[in-house]
Write a protein that binds this ligand. Sequence first.
Ligand SMILES: Cc1cc2nc3c(=O)[nH]c(=O)nc-3n(C[C@H](O)[C@H](O)[C@H](O)COP(=O)(O)OP(=O)(O)OC[C@H]3O[C@@H](n4cnc5c(N)ncnc54)[C@H](O)[C@@H]3O)c2cc1C
Length: 386
Amino acid sequence: MHRITVIGGGFAGLTAAITAAEAGAKVTVHEAHHTLGGRARTADGPHRTNDGPHALYNGGPHWAWLRRRDLIGPLAPIPPLEAARLRLRHKGALRRTPPFAMLKLLRRGVGPAPVDVDFLTWATGIAGEEGARAAAHYCAVALFHHDPGSLSAAFVQERLRRAAKLPPEAHYPRGGWAGVVDRMAALAWNLGVRMETVSRVDTLPTDAPVIVATSLDAARRLLDDPSLTWPSGRTTLVDLAVRTRRGDAFAVSDLDAPGWIERFTAQDRTLAPAGEQLIQGQIPIAPHESKGDGTARAEQLLDLGFPGWRERLTWRREAVANGRTGAVDLPGSTWRDRPAVDRGDGVYLAGDQVASPGLLSEVSFNSALTAVSLALGRRELDLERA
Ligand SMILES: Cc1cc2nc3c(=O)[nH]c(=O)nc-3n(C[C@H](O)[C@H](O)[C@H](O)COP(=O)(O)OP(=O)(O)OC[C@H]3O[C@@H](n4cnc5c(N)ncnc54)[C@H](O)[C@@H]3O)c2cc1C
């Protein structure tokens, strides 16, 4: 029987543990925190926030995998009346529809964008600069980057298509991602996975194979390998609760600069006490900008989409997520150029900044499956993604 050690009990570590245990391996997971889930945790207490706005995209490979195992649980669909309250800020005002030029980028006839060119240059050739900038900013919802137009055109185009798809790909597990994490942990447990929480690993175990399913920063320290880096986003997270008022926006997407604010209680009343609405936003900030700069832009969007929010405020929290929102690919690079899963000597990486395809947590999922396939010397697990 194969023995596998997994370091990190987030989405990647739990995916790896379940996959390896289903394939017959004896698995031990070490998680530094006292709870599992990593960045997929949902806060306890009356305001059930995820670590920033979180959606499960049903176009991703993890969707079918989770579904087959009954791990997604009940969803919180967006009522049509609420979905109709999606607003876009363009040229300083709120509007219901995107600028026409932006839509040119979503036409069927538009071919695949190049890897080597930045998105703004490529998209300007199709939609003009105004349409290109609006499209780049719209992608902030899945990019968390202060300058999406500077990233590889191919990388941003994939996110634009998925973020603008109808019906929407974004789905919301009722109660936040915690339910998914709990179900994954329960399945792992039932499969015989040994879960050690409050178990930070500071030295790589010598008995391979080992799957390092931490953030890339933590993996760099653990493997003492300075090459383990890849660009990511930096974004101000603003979470707040306000007293309910009819007519609030469902979400505001900023097309003048990257930014997204969403009222999560529109789809899931369980996330805040009765009479309150939970709003979560993320405003990407440049390296020279501060959390306060992001907060100020968030407040402009709140003023537009949620009139009187200051007087209605019941709870508020702010943070900066730096390098925690997954990989972004610069012009000339693709996911294949990121740190490889196979580190040699039976050590494998899984996480959202390593060499695997997908959007956000899908990279963690895909790399976890690859890591397990390689660790077990089994090719067929790759087929699970289809
Ligand atoms: C603001 C924000 C919004 C996001 N929105 C979305 C979204 O809408 N949709 C989406 O799909 N994804 C989203 N993501 C990304 C998603 O949260 C992550 O891709 C995913 O949770 C990463 O999982 P992971 O297991 O790879 O890493 P992590 O969740 O970081 O898990 C790593 C685990 O390893 C543990 N660990 C670290 N070092 C050690 C050590 N030495 N020993 C033992 N344990 C250790 C950590 O405690 C942690 O639990 C978002 C992320 C953020 C920050």
